[in-house]
Design a protein around this ligand. Sequence first.
Ligand code: IVH
Length: 674
Amino acid sequence: MKDSVQHEIQRLREEIERHEHLYYVVDQPVITDAEYDALLRRLQALESEHPELVTPDSPTQRVGGKPREGMQRVEHSTPMLSLDNALNEQELRDFDARVRQLLKQQQFEYVAELKMDGLSMAAHYRDGRFHQAITRGDGRVGEDVTGNARTIRSLPLRVNKHLAPWPAFEVRGEVIMPQKSFERLNAGRDAEGLSRFANPRNAAAGALRNLDPRVTARRELDFVPYFLLVDGAFALDSQWETLETLARFGFKVNPHRRKCTDLDCLLEFIKHWDEKREGLPYQIDGIVVKVDSVQQQRELGFTAKAPRWAIAFKYAARQAVTTLENIEVHVGRTGALTPVAHLTPVAIGGVTVARATLHNEDEIARLEAEIGDKVLVERSGDVIPKVVRVVERGPHRHKFHMPKTCPVCGGHVVREEGEAASRCVNTNCPARLHESLRHFAQRSVMNIDGVGNALVEQLLSRGLVKSIADLYDLTVEQLTGLDRMGEKSASKIVKNIDASRRQPLWRVLNGLGIPFVGERTAQILANHFGSLDEIAGASVEELQEVEEVGPKVAESIRQFFCEERNRELVERLRRAELQFTQAKKARKRGKLSGQTFVLTGTLPTLTREEAKAKIEAAGGKVAGSVSKKTSYVVAGEDAGQKLDKAKDLGAQILDEAGLFAILETDSRSSTAAE
Ligand code: IVH
């Protein structure tokens, strides 16, 4: 019996691995997501019936295991050096001349590869199985990020032993965050009121080095390899063969590379990708040029910090200097006023830029930017360009002031204490309604095809829609009267609106446009409460009991449902028969679930982040302030007012040792119960 289960587990793993490779590495899936999910669920079921058969290289282990307690430092088999840079054509010529001189009359070839903009990592394999991953660190010693790396879908957890016959080998490469994942991540952070990541490299670094592998798993990283080592030395005879071999092993080797025998060929490749790099689904910051033959690499050797046989040609940053002509204010769906820089149009990396975001008042103050200044503008990974700094003060510069009234409706503008954004408080502001409708209909929200910018504008200007709920009363006749709208398109749109009634609760919740409630928070809330009425009726404390919901988000939700106008909207959506309920999905109950902790002061060994990770890993929640719901206050040195308040409210007070003790006892008692 056991044998046949083991056999089936083995078969499922191989099949899942094959599909993961087709999906995540080759980008050519042959089965649907649902079919893949079914295979994975079957494997999960078998493994949970037979936990003794679970191995770390099973595809089920990619979801992210327990948080780490801290960073483990590990020495590299051989230092991970960096490369010398060539910043222009002449510096590349100098490199080529040096190589030719050192190799005397020998013939040789170069390999040119894309320089992926991420962070380097060494992945170690033993007996064909993924064993350990280490970040570059200072080059000699890096951080152990094994659990996090395991969540990277394009990193093979097993390599066929017939192909890779060594007892141990090491693959070095770059961990990157694809552009799409980066944009999704920042959009989610915007919606939840969190600060954005400046570029995909920072976001990838944050994800790979995160103490909680579940966070890494959600961030959708990729591993792009370029070296194969055995016992700290190159395993094969050439770089070209290395790349082809790694691809055969199942790694996601970048397909864009070229063999060159002269400088012109290299320059052509460099120019080609400088022009095309915008269209790549990930960021590159240059081209790496390597002498192909490992024998010749040995002859060329190393300087103190870099090989003499390779160089990184760096592309110029996508920046340009232009004039800040004006600052206009855009009103978003939550009423937030965003200052937008209007620039003298300037070409940056082949795209004309005439607008850039200035985020908020504080950002303008930080930049000390005034209208008329010459500013440096950058197109980083983000879609929206940004102002980096003032390079020259304008002769007739003048300060920008955030308007005291809304530029669209003339309503009051307020800036709450502790908030970066100023907001128009008029809930009827047409700009807010316009943005709300667009948000509601978006693909990632209610997915109403056909209800885009142009249609929304017409609906508003003709007074056909005064609230999101009005969408559900639109008729084919009303729409047929609009510009460029035939009866066929009109009835399609009405049908699409009708179909959106079946969208799940979390989409409806996201669609309401509650400040700080984005897609992820909406999903968590829907799973926890199971109905819109429960969410609308929840107190700030009850909301804060939900994992990942802090005081700011809880307060915002509460305030939203207190407003008469929003309650009316909810009632109308109910009458329109949108989905107001769903099955509750209990999140995995940890040992400390239902318990709320507050951390204060400095603990002797744990950082605040580490303590938080430990509590959350055990299912507990960490809140920012002490309330009646606080179960424990963990107090370190210099604990302040929170401790006094905790004493007043009768919460239990723990020191670090006490925290360890309850983490311990709780895990023991619950293991016994399981
Ligand atoms: S080869 C001795 N190839 O760029 C180090 N590096 O300064 C040789 N990188 O640290 C590295 N793409 O993190 C190589 N195709 C590529 C690369 C690449 C990105 C990174 C890597 C390295 C840095 C070079």
